[in-house]
Design a protein around this ligand. Structure first.
Ligand SMILES: Cc1cc2nc3c(=O)[nH]c(=O)nc-3n(C[C@H](O)[C@H](O)[C@H](O)COP(=O)(O)O)c2cc1C
Length: 358
């Protein structure tokens, strides 16, 4: 394993470069956890490939004075539509874990969504950034635990609760099974006592199905927090509509980066249908396979208000800790700005309203 970088070399200029650098700096255990998808990795691979089949149109004589990347979401202004996705156990790739990611979020003014399975405490993370934080909840069988977590997030000033609905159990990740992935003793989900998880072990899985969350739990949580509630992991129109009916504030079109049910369609291919079904009633966020500013502009043009990045956080962290995550965010934001100039969009609203998809 190579040593972590303390500077940015000249040939580290894209998220693909980060992936290459990171893989040389991760243990087999971490590689198996971060770089894999479920089953035959069809969804995992398709998320990225599908972007390559969408082409853009150039409009290079537009008036772009006052160009900016600001967005309004749930009553807050955010500097850019790029958000750090909830990614569990970040200490697997960097000794400072989520604290380092929060420091990167701080210097780049980026919103960070903190995983239920974070390996640093919510207090440590919130002390490390002045940028907005969201809390991602995996609903636990004991509702008291969920309410306590939400209350802590509220007290610490988190701006939204993101409930992940697409991973009630772990996907069958054969790569993890083959390499015998396990959490090292010093890394755990420090914010929850005995969290419910099924990593690589599916014996008696139907027993566990008896205690999995349902729409009733979503409704209960929505009624017990003042924070906006966002559902993460929407991949069909009926769930998008149901979320609206329940008064949910926003949805994230996500297939968990291809880590749950293999052969779900790629998120960018599902997005237009969900955009149509939601009909501007609530904001749609998006993740899965984003590696380029052009991917971001495509997702926004197809209806997303903002996008999240997952694995690129781990690649940045593994390569150069907080510096790597901050640089990853800088690259992506600059690429988005360049794409805006070429497509003739002065702001995020214009990306949504202009016909820039070929
Ligand atoms: C290593 C890893 C851990 C993840 N942990 C969580 C998690 O704790 N909670 C969650 O909602 N999503 C989790 N996700 C999914 C991400 O939030 C996101 O949906 C996905 O990574 C987006 O795809 P991308 O990796 O192609 O950007 C995880 C993803 C990865 C790769």
């Amino acid at each position: 394993m190579k040593e972590k970088l303390t500077f940015i070399p000249n040939d580290l200029v894209s998220l693909k470069d980060y992936e290459r650098y990171a893989k040389e700096r991760m243990s087999i255990n971490s590689l198996a956890y971060v770089c894999s998808g479920a089953g035959d990795e069809i969804t995992f691979k398709r998320n990225e490939e599908a972007f390559q089949e969408i082409y853009l149109e150039a409009n290079t004589l537009e008036d772009l004075s006052e160009a900016n990347t600001k967005i309004e979401l749930f009553g807050q202004t955010y500097d850019s539509p790029i958000i750090l996705a909830p990614v569990a156990y970040q200490k697997l790739v960097d000794i400072n874990g989520e604290i380092a990611t929060a420091q990167a979020a701080n210097v780049t003014n980026t919103c960070m969504c903190v995983s239920s399975f974070s390996s640093c405490t919510l207090e440590e993370i919130s002390e490390s950034t002045k940028s907005p934080l969201w809390f991602q909840l995996y609903i636990q069988p004991d509702m008291k635990t969920n309410l306590e977590l939400i209350q802590k997030a509220e007290i610490l000033g988190f701006k939204a609760i993101v409930i992940t609905i697409d991973a009630p159990i772990s996907g069958i990740r054969n790569v993890e099974q083959r390499y015998g992935f396990s959490l090292p003793e010093n890394i755990s989900a420090v914010n929850i006592n005995n969290p419910i998880q099924t990593i690589s072990n599916f014996e008696n899985i139907l027993e566990m199905a008896k205690i999995l969350p349902t729409w009733k739990d979503i409704e209960f949580i929505k009624n017990n927090t003042k924070l906006p509630v966002i559902l993460k992991g929407i991949t069909n129109t009926s769930y998008a509509k149901k979320a609206i009916d329940l008064g949910i504030d926003g949805i994230i079109v996500s297939n968990h980066g291809g880590r749950t049910l293999d052969t779900l369609p790629s998120t960018i291919e599902i997005l237009p249908k969900i955009t149509k079904a939601v009909d501007k009633k609530i904001p749609i966020l998006f993740d899965g396979g984003i590696k380029r500013g052009t991917d971001i502009i495509k997702a926004i043009a197809l209806g997303a208000s903002a996008v999240l990045i997952g694995r690129p956080i781990m690649y940045g962290l593994a390569t150069a800790g907080a510096l790597g995550v901050a640089h990853t965010l800088k690259i992506l934001k600059e690429e988005l700005e360049v794409s805006m100039i070429f497509t003739g969009c002065k702001d995020i609203k214009q990306i949504k309203n202009k016909e820039i998809i070929f």
